[in-house]
Design a protein. Structure first.
Length: 302
């Protein structure tokens, strides 16, 4: 009797808990924001047939945004808007070549767009005597007013998987002795080919040397390249070129007759030659400085 009463009480308790859990369910509420509120928000309830309740928020003063007018500042007088990239006429090949030459220099061969004849870089082949059957191609000597001077020829090797590759490296300085000079370096399997390639490379890197009427520098300068450092000083007429190594060759090929030069760093011929060009490129004529400053040249020494 006691057992049956306990089971009936447990069953009634479980049924009571089940009915209470079902009746205590609440509707699911979700929120949706139309835009970021800037003022006090007023909740508005939307009617729905199901148990999901949705609440929207909107501005309390909607006339603030409704009356907003886009008023950009007016452009200044004489303002010309920039054209779009796809407007206007296309550039011609001549204009493209001229812009390329101003940035990177003249092309390897052909007439340049800035009036510089660079055909001399391509030595023409002509058949002459020598070789088997007399048909060995022979190169003409370049005739462009530039003289060549070999600074150094060295034998270099490259270690590869199959052994060592032997080549020759040549350093050549070219100049017209009128203020234009260049330094070139190239490698080849033969000495003659290395010198020719170096001469072509030197003609691609011509530098103009500023000089006075006494064929000396306008002022002192120093330049460095790698571990090499070169000091250049102007000299009075009749002094001559007092320098050594690659510095002397570069100055002589440029046409400088009175100057003092000194190697202060490494003895590497190539680095000293390029350091000399770096020092020369830092020099400026007095008339150019006066023009930039907007004053007469006589006032530079006041």
């Amino acid at each position: 009797m006691a057992t049956t009463s306990a089971l009936s009480s447990l069953s009634s308790l479980s049924l009571h808990n089940t009915t209470s859990r079902i009746t205590s369910s609440r509707p699911i509420i979700s929120f949706s924001f139309l835009k970021r509120p800037t003022t006090t928000l007023t909740p508005l309830k939307a009617s729905s047939s199901d148990q999901t309740e949705t609440i929207f928020f909107e501005d309390q003063n909607p006339e603030i945004t409704a009356n907003a007018v886009f008023d950009p500042p007016s452009p200044p007088e004489g303002f010309v808007p920039a054209p779009y990239f796809d407007e206007g006429t296309d550039e011609t090949e001549a204009e493209i070549a001229t812009a390329y030459e101003e940035l990177y220099g003249p092309a390897y061969s052909g007439e340049s767009m800035l009036g510089k004849d660079v055909n001399v870089m391509d030595s023409k082949f002509k058949k002459g005597g020598g070789g088997i059957g007399g048909s060995k191609p022979k190169k003409e000597k370049i005739r462009d007013g530039f003289e060549e001077r070999v600074v150094q020829v060295r034998r270099v090797t490259k270690v590869v998987k199959g052994g060592k590759q032997l080549k020759f490296r040549a350093i050549v300085v070219v100049g017209d002795k009128q203020g234009n000079v260049g330094v070139g370096c190239a490698k080849a399997k033969e000495v003659v080919a290395a010198v020719q390639k170096s001469a072509i490379d030197a003609r691609r890197n011509i530098v103009q040397v500023p000089m006075t009427k006494y064929l000396t520098f306008p002022h002192r300068s120093e330049g460095d390249y790698g571990a090499a450092k070169v000091m250049l000083r102007p000299a009075s007429p009749g002094t001559g070129v007092i320098a050594g190594g690659a510095v002397r060759i570069v100055l002589e090929m440029a046409g400088v007759e009175n100057a003092l030069g000194k190697q202060l760093g490494s003895n590497n011929a190539l680095n000293n030659a390029r350091a000399t060009l770096a020092a020369v490129q830092q020099m400026r004529q007095f008339k150019d400085v006066a023009l930039e400053r907007g004053i007469p040249m006589e006032e530079l020494w006041k």
